[in-house]
Design a protein around this ligand. Structure first.
Ligand code: GCB
Length: 616
């Protein structure tokens, strides 16, 4: 079994990491052809030699950093560049150096010292390349990254460029980027850029799955490891020496074995539990993988990689079960969205968000509507926050999205997502899309293909997509394991009419259950609230209004999750915090459905959710 994928960069006895994020040079390509960077080969002479540059932080979205409207709303190629020196110790025949971009939105090309080393399509997921032979040690090195945020019907998420050609009432050459998803299309280098070393023979990927006995007395960790001695990801461990040691959280050796593929038995395992199911939340073991070369004359440096794992099982029958016990999801839909930095990774914001999740008492979130930073996934493992891990397939609202070109890319993204995240115990379900037009006839085959691919790559977790097509018109939820639906009673439906929520919501959820007979997560519900707006009796957009909407929803949720045949497996309110969107008449300075403001201060409905989640 081959398990191509890429590991998170990590320091160990055999590996070093150098983060080259920071203040980079930057320029947008404003030329009328939009591709002066390519015709003038900006990567060869350097950005400063070929035009004016400005400061740009990495990681960050570039949109909100300057005072320029045309940078905030820029569509096309932007160019980033920085220089770095390397430690002399990296310059030896047994060391490989990798350049890894945590993510860049949307299409990226990377050069090192004027030589192209990689290209990648899609934001939100990491990409890397072996740059060993491109580096210099006597002088500085230069890395250039060109990033294009243009979205087309075949990108994920999809979009469309609207040309106003032949329109005398618009400026000449005018065009806009349109998209059907409800968050701002932030762009740039969103996650850290790192260099890291490995020995020539290295562990390139580890895939783990678990079996837990029903009495929890024993567990088996199955692992498959890729060992490579080149840039290619072939499995070569037949010639190499692999030792795998399972350690407890405090470093005690639990068990060990050898070989690139095998099982490790754990008696009386300390299982991984999410928040609320046990006192023992987020327990992680460490799988230490030693990979080296056989033989007397072999180089002595063994590659050492430590993978944190949590032993647990996930299953779905009439409910979602973790370690065989029913798990009821109480969570939020989130975004990677913060002021100034946009979607740029920032530890302060990430840790703050986890503290707020804890304050709320939430046990889960969905990575709506794209994969989140790896560091966030690691924190979910440690804090026992369950994740529904979502693909960036959002806004697939027209027939020209459901074509082979999109499908091919979608399958690639799923490969990258599943191989990146499969070892995280916090991930309990894959979501392959949000609110596609799943009433279109072609959606059935499209989603069957996509969901089949997920299950082929990972048979151990349920898979779904999040649906807002009608229960009477959707054709694709036949292929999901858990029915996930979005519906805004009292907002997009029956706006302002809180009194119909209970009846309408329970009718709706029951219809879905009749249709598919599968557990349901109510994935999105809520109402817009402008912090500081008040009214009694409540009115839409006031803090009181969402509190009223909540109380009605809770009554329905409680009647559907109780009893001998509960149909509801969870509730996730939309959204954790206010977030930026494209400008629109329906969006007052962004989407205001947050429990918290964009600055992470609670609106009064946050206290209502906290009261529920902490006592449920
Ligand atoms: C939805 C979408 C989400 C939007 C939300 C809203 O159904 O899935 O991306 O932000 O509604 O507030 O309209």
């Amino acid at each position: 079994r081959d398990v191509a994928g890429i590991l998170y960069p990590q320091e160990s006895e055999s590996r070093e990491v150098k983060d080259i994020s920071g203040r980079w040079r930057f320029r947008t390509d404003n030329s009328s052809s939009r591709d002066a960077g390519f015709t003038q080969r900006w990567w060869e002479r350097g950005l400063e030699e070929s035009g004016p540059v400005i400061d740009m932080p990495v990681p960050a979205s570039y949109n909100d950093i300057t005072q320029e409207k045309n940078i905030r709303d820029f569509v096309g190629w932007v160019w980033y560049e920085t220089n770095f020196f390397l430690p002399k110790s990296w310059n030896n025949a047994n060391t490989r150096v990798w350049l890894r971009v945590g993510s860049a939105h949307y299409y990226s090309m990377v050069w090192v010292n004027g030589v192209k080393v990689m290209e990648h399509e899609g934001g939100h997921l990491p990409f890397e390349s072996d740059v060993t032979t491109r580096l210099q040690y006597v002088t500085t090195n230069r890395v250039t990254i060109a990033v294009n945020n243009t979205l087309t019907p075949n990108t994920l998420p999809p979009g469309k460029i609207n040309h106003y050609m032949g329109r005398d009432d618009y400026p000449e050459g005018y065009f806009t980027q349109e998209y059907q998803f409800d968050f701002f299309n932030y762009a740039g280098i969103h996650r850290p850029v790192k260099l890291y070393t490995t020995p020539l023979v290295r562990t390139s990927e580890i895939a783990t799955t678990y079996d837990v006995t029903t009495d929890h007395a024993s567990a088996t960790v199955h692992y498959v490891i890729n060992i490579t001695d080149g840039a290619e990801r072939r499995r070569l461990f037949a010639n190499y020496n692999v030792t795998v040691v399972l350690q407890s959280a405090n470093g005690d050796v639990i068990n060990k074995t050898t070989g690139g593929e095998g099982d490790i038995i754990v008696t009386n395992p300390r299982l991984w539990w999410p928040v609320g199911m046990s006192e023992d939340v987020g327990y992680l073991y460490t799988l230490v993988v030693y990979a080296g070369v056989f033989g007397m004359n072999a180089p002595t440096n063994t590659d050492i990689y430590r993978l944190k794992i949590g032993i647990r099982s996930v299953s779905v029958d009439s409910s979602i079960k973790i370690n065989g016990r029913p798990f009821y999801v109480i969570g939020v839909g989130k975004h990677e969205d913060w002021d100034v930095r946009g979607k740029g990774f920032d530890w302060s914001m990430v840790v703050k968000d986890f503290n707020l999740l804890d304050w709320l008492g939430a046990n889960a979130f969905r990575t709506s509507h794209y994969p989140y930073a790896e560091e966030i996934m690691q924190m979910c493992d440690e804090r026992g926050i369950v994740v529904v891990d979502e693909c960036p397939a959002v806004g697939m609202r027209s027939a020209d999205n459901f074509v082979n070109k999109t499908l091919t890319h979608h399958l690639n993204v799923i490969g990258e997502l599943v191989t990146r995240d499969r070892n995280h115990p916090s991930v309990i379900m894959w979501s392959v899309a949000n609110e596609p037009s799943s009433q279109l006839p072609q959606a059935a085959n499209y989603f069957k293909t996509v969901l089949d691919r997920v299950r082929e790559l990972d048979p151990t977790r349920p898979a779904t997509f999040v649906c807002n097509a009608g229960y009477d018109s959707d054709v694709a939820t036949a292929f999901v394991d858990v029915v996930c639906v979005n519906k805004y009673e009292g907002w997009y439906d029956d706006a302002g009419r809180v009194e119909v929520i209970r009846k309408r919501l329970s009718y709706f959820l029951n219809k879905w259950y009749e249709k598919r007979g599968k557990p349901i997560i109510h994935m999105e519900w809520g109402a817009g609230v402008i912090s500081g707006f008040h009214s009694d009796p409540s009115l839409m957009y006031t803090e009181e209004y969402l509190c009223d909407v909540m109380r009605e929803h809770f009554q329905t949720f409680d009647s559907l999750r109780a009893g001998s045949n509960p149909i509801l497996a969870g509730e996730m309110i939309w959204n954790f915090a206010d977030f930026a969107t494209a400008q629109a008449t329906t969006r007052a300075y962004g989407n205001r459905k947050g429990l918290f403001t964009r600055h992470r201060q609670p609106k009064s409905p946050a206290f209502v959710i906290r009261e529920r989640y902490r006592t449920l």
